[in-house]
Each structure stands twice: as C-alpha cells, then as structure tokens.
Design a protein around this ligand. Structure first.
Ligand SMILES: O=C(CO)COP(=O)(O)O
Length: 261
C-alpha cells in the first residue's frame, strides 16, 4: 500500500483563533480552486490549544477535509494536572494528530525521551495519531552523529508499542539547525535520516510497520523547496512551521506536485 503524503502546518504560538479560522478558510478556498484531492495529499493544521475549538467548529460546520492536530498533549491521563490537556480532551474536540517531542518542547520545556515516550503512548491510548518529532542539534550534525542521534530518539519514543501501533503513527525528522533558520536540509540529508528512521522501525518492530509508518521532514520548508524534498523515496510529507501561517504559501506546499522539483 503506498503511503499517503501528509502536509501538516505547525502554527506554533503564532496565530490567535481569529487569524487561525481565517487562514483555514483561505486555505480551503485556495485548495478547492486547485481541485485538490485530499485523499491523495492529506492536509492538517496544528493550532495552539485555545484555537482548536474555533477551528474545529469551522471544519465540522463547513465539512472541510482539512484535519485538525494539536501541538502537544499531556503525558497524564486525567485529573489534577493544572494547565495540562489530555489526549481524551483533544480527541473529543475532533483532533486527529498531535505533535509529540517537538525540539522546541525538548529545548524549552525539558522534555526528555522518557516524557516523549509517555506522551506518545498516551496519545495512542486516547485515540490520537502522534507525530513523533526527532532531530539533531548543529553540533551533533557537525560531528556526523545525526543518524545515531535521531535513531536513538525514535527507538526510545516507540519502546513498548506494538507493531500495529507504530504502523499507524507518524515520525517527523526536524533537524534543529534547520528550524526557523532558512537553512533547509538538502533533499539528500532528509532522505538519509528518513530512510534510517524507517530501517530502525523495521529492526525494532517489523518490515510491515516500517513500510506503513509515515516519515515527514520539517525545517524551513517553503513552496520553492518542497517538490525536491517530496521526490525522496522515504519522505512522506512535511511538518511546516513559518510557511504554514500564510495560506498561499501553505497551499502551494500542499500542491507540491504542481511545481517542478
Ligand atoms: O518546527 C517546524 C515545524 O514543526 C519547522 O519550522 P519552520 O518551517 O519555521 O522552519
């Protein structure tokens, strides 16, 4: 079964709920104009938590095919965890995807591999599809340890899951040095790590789950570079930051098949 590409927009802490709904409306109009087939290239947006409800109301009310994602989820199931948002609460809001272990959370919120593993398991138990983010900082890349580093992060995050669970989730390779810097990894850099992550899944679980798991690239993805990245055999989509907060740019990324590589 070929893997369906996924283009997901991580809005980070950038758009409020009004800007977010406007963006989703514009995105949908633009993609409808282009007669976009959402079953051929899946599209998701990841608003901040306070915007989820408004964006979900729009998606449901207008029967849009854009999927909803969240940027984080609690490692706890329910109860006295002030400020946390549970997987069940997100699922009830119509959320499909949730980013787990984004490098900004690892860096600024002290999330280590154990937390990422707990959040991944909790997301799955709550009926969400985790987008497990991994990526190396610049010094690790310079030391040519990026494959070991990212494979280690994935192995840790997926420990304890079943092959079936792994087959259904999403991995995202986001080199830290390429996030928000304009410094995009080359298509070959993206392919090298995405292929290594897939092989690691085959080794830790089985070939069927490795063939099914989707691996995204993230880090300064723009309309001008997406087509060559998507040509790589082990890259199944993109996790887009800055460019996803502009409806025109994000639509152009979703429509990567329209541009030359
Ligand atoms: O962190 C990212 C997506 O999760 C990438 O961000 P940029 O596309 O802004 O580099």
């Amino acid at each position: 079964m070929p893997r369906t590409p996924l283009i997901a927009g991580n809005w980070k802490m950038v758009l409020d709920h009004q800007q977010g709904t406007l963006l989703v409306q514009k995105l949908d109009w633009t993609l409808k104009d282009a007669r976009h087939d959402y079953s051929a290239v899946e599209v998701a947006v990841l608003p901040s938590h306070p915007s989820l409800r408004t964006v979900q109301t729009l998606i449901e009310g207008d029967k849009l095919s854009i999927r909803l994602g969240a940027q984080d989820v609690s490692a706890h199931e329910a109860g006295a965890y002030t400020g946390e948002v549970s997987a069940a609460q997100l699922a009830k809001l119509g959320v499909t995807y949730v980013a787990v272990g984004h490098s900004e959370r690892r860096q600024h919120h002290g999330e280590d591999d154990a937390v990422v593993r707990a959040k991944t398991a909790r997301a799955l138990a709550g009926g969400l599809v985790p987008i497990v983010c991994v990526g190396e900082p610049l010094e690790v890349r310079k030391a040519e340890q990026h494959v070991e580093h990212t494979v280690g992060q994935v192995t840790q995050a997926l420990t304890g899951l079943s092959a079936e669970q792994v087959a259904g989730l999403v991995l995202a390779y986001e080199p830290v040095w390429a996030i928000g810097t304009g410094e995009v990894a080359t298509p070959q850099d993206a392919q090298e790590v995405c292929a290594a992550l897939r092989s690691a899944v085959a080794e830790q679980f089985d070939q069927a789950s490795a063939d099914a798991v989707r691996v995204l690239y993230g880090g300064s993805v723009k309309p001008a570079n997406i087509a060559s990245i998507m040509q790589q055999p082990d890259v199944d989509g993109a996790l887009v930051g800055g460019a996803s907060t502009d409806a025109g740019d994000f639509a152009a990324i979703v429509r990567f098949r329209d541009h030359p590589a």
